[in-house]
Design a protein around this ligand. Sequence first.
Ligand code: ADP
Length: 338
Amino acid sequence: MVSSTFAQLNRPDGGPDETELRPQSLDEFIGQERVVENFRIAVQAARMRGEPLDHVLLSGLPGLGKTTLCMLLARECSARLHVTSGPALARPADLAGLLTSLERGDLLFIDEVHRLPVAVEEYLYGAMEDFVVDVPIDQGLAARTVRLPLQPFTLVGATTREGRLTAAFRGRFGIHEKLEPYPPSHLVQILRRTARILRIELTAAAAEQLAERARGTPRIANRLLRRLRDLAQVRGAPSIDAAIAHEGLARLGIDDLGLEETDRRILALLNRALPGTLGLKTIGAGIGEAEETIEEVYEPHLLRLELIRKTARGRELTQRGHEWCVAHDAIAEATDES
Ligand code: ADP
C-alpha cells in the first residue's frame, strides 16, 4: 500500500507549490469570515487615522492560512512585507538589523513566534511598544549601547501554540485572531478553486469526499487533490471523480474520518492502555513521532472527533474512541481471514 504521513502532508513549509495556490486578495480568501471582517475594519480604521496597523497575533493549527492572511493584510495595507520565523532569530542582533531596516508602515511577519528565544522576545518589547531598539556598539571595555528610534511598523506573529507565549508578549499584540478548522463546505470551495488553478476537472462528489477527509485544513485538502491528480493522470481519467477519489484516498491510507495510519496507531496504543491514560512522551515513543508533531498534527483532529480526551494525567480514549477501535479490529480481523 502506498502510504503518506500527515506530517508530510501538513509540513509547515508548504514548498514552492503553495505559492500559486495562495489567494491573491482578501475577497479570494475562503471562510474565516469573522477574522477577515475584523481585519477589514482594523485596516480601514488604521488608514483613516493615518497610522500603521496595530500588532497582530494570529494563532491556529498548521495549514489553516496564517501566512496567507498575513500576505493579504500587507496587500490591504499597501505595505511592504518582511518574512522571518522564530527559530531564524537566534540572537537579538539578528533582529536589530531587521528592525532598523523597516520603513514606516511595513509589516514584519514572524512565523512560529512561540519559538523565539526569550532574549529575542524581550528585545522585541521596546520595539513593539515604543518603536525603539538598543543596539550594542563597540566591544570589550568600550562596549555600550545606543538607543535607536524605529519607524512605526506592524508585527504580525503567527503561532500554532498560543499557550506557549508569555502573557507579557501576548499582551503587546493589539489584535488577536484565531483561525479555526474549516467546515467541509468551505473546503469544497477551496478545492474547487485549487482545481481551477491546476486545471483539473473535479466532480462535486469527489470534492465532497476530499473535504470530509482533509481534517478541516486547506493545506491538506490541496495536497490530497494533487495526489489524486497524479492517480487520475496515470489512469488516463479525464477527471477526478468519486471512484478516483475513493481509490486514491484508500491508497493513501485515509479513512472516512480523515484518519491515517499514525492516528490509528495512536488510538490502538490508547486502547491497550485502557482504563488508564498515557503521557505524550509514552505515545511519542510508542509510535516513533516527536511529541510536538503529535500535539500539532495528529491530536487536534482526534480531539475534535472526540475519539480521545486530554486529562490531567495525559491522553485517554473516549467511549467513542473505544468503539471505533473495536469496530476497526473487527474489520481488520475479517480482512485477515478472507
Ligand atoms: P499556515 O501559515 O497557517 O500554515 P498557509 O497560509 O501557508 O497556512 O496556508 C496553506 C495553504 O492553504 C496555502 O497555500 C493556501 O493555498 C491554502 N489556504 C489556506 N487558507 C485558505 C483559504 N481560506 N482559502 C483558500 N486557500 C487557502
